[in-house]
Design a protein around this ligand. Structure first.
Ligand SMILES: [Zn+2]
Length: 331
């Protein structure tokens, strides 16, 4: 006679369920809040493309972030958005004196000395081409020039006071160049690199591109974002970034890529792993709840738990302010 299963007894009590779920427990420290910073310092502009989100000028950040820090927010991810300042081929206003990201890092550093400030490093929000690198005359990406520029921006963000550099461009060699530039400027042992390593070409980025006023019409970044159907190239991209010295890895987007998340955790179990729940995924979850398909907190927390279970240690999400409230009154 086959042995009768008794699995049920292992999770019938709440404490037993907690013991079964250590890898998928949600704490406030798991969440990073991405903030879009407007280049007009006093602006507070609701985002049509990203419902329930706002672009803040740097003078408005403290009032917005303060209550979230009081609720337990521990980490933010900074993106600059240009509306007034000009865009050019090399993305000069990524890290100029008046650049929104530079100002935001300085303001947040002085207002909240203890939060972890992660600076996204790319130039697509600041270039006239909308590309993540500097383009050659024939439209190709000039990898060497791009990587050099990304390293330069990273050092300036480090000098402004950020804690983590997060290169999102997918340019080959960027992690090595950034690590080396940080080291040369005295930040080698101070600032880790969280690399957007397995970043796929995705149609779920749409609202973000609109919100950051990207010059590139919707798509196409095919030449450097990974093809969605391939796991092999994603594994190689993760390995490339580790070989170049990345301190933390990221998979982006989330919903359609949880297998890659699991693969990344299996390949590099000792490296903190982040997942980015992107704008389209955020909007989709929000709209589903608005339509009455599920309660927003139940639906979103279930998804977050799934991302943790798949291997994410860090979840970057526009839902971070909501999650802080929900975890404060955990069911
Ligand atoms: Zn970019």
């Amino acid at each position: 006679m086959a042995k009768r299963s008794t699995l049920f007894c292992s999770y019938r009590h709440q404490v037993l369920r907690n013991w079964q779920s250590t890898e998928a427990v949600l704490t406030k420290e798991n969440f990073v809040y991405p903030i879009l910073v407007h280049d007009k310092p006093d602006v507070e502009e609701p985002l049509e493309a990203l419902p329930a989100l706002t672009r803040y000028g740097c003078n408005r950040l403290e009032a917005h972030v303060g209550p979230l820090v009081d609720k337990g927010l521990t980490s933010v991810l900074i993106f600059g958005v240009l509306q007034n300042l000009s865009k050019d081929v090399r993305g000069s206003n990524a890290d100029s004196e008046n650049a929104p990201a530079m100002q935001a890092i300085r303001k947040l550093r002085s207002a909240f000395p203890n939060i972890l400030i992660i600076a996204d490093v790319c130039i697509c929000s600041y270039t006239s081409t909308g590309h993540c690198g500097i383009c050659c005359d024939n439209g190709d990406i000039d990898i060497d020039a791009s990587v050099k520029r990304l390293a330069e921006i990273s050092v300036n963000f480090a000098k402004a006071g950020c804690d983590v550099i997060a290169p999102s461009s997918m340019m080959d060699g960027r992690v090595a160049a950034i690590k080396s530039a940080l080291k040369e400027n005295g930040f080698g042992n101070k600032i880790p690199v969280l690399s957007y390593s397995a970043k796929f070409r995705s149609f779920f980025y749409g609202p973000f591109l609109e919100a950051t006023k990207s010059c590139l019409p919707k798509q196409d970044k095919k030449m450097y974002h990974l093809p969605p159907a391939s796991s092999g190239i994603a594994h190689r991209a993760l390995k490339r970034d580790i070989d170049e010295g990345a301190d933390m890895l990221m998979v982006k987007p989330s919903f359609a890529y949880t297998d890659i998340l699991r693969d990344a955790k299996t390949m590099f179990p000792d490296i903190p792993l982040a997942v980015y729940q992107v704008s389209g995924e955020y909007a989709m979850l929000l709209k589903g709840a608005e339509e009455g398909l599920y309660n927003l907190d139940d639906g979103v927390l279930e998804v977050m738990t799934g991302l943790r279970r798949a291997g994410a240690d860090i979840i970057i999400t526009y839902f971070a302010p909501y999650v802080l409230d929900w975890l404060s009154v955990k069911k």
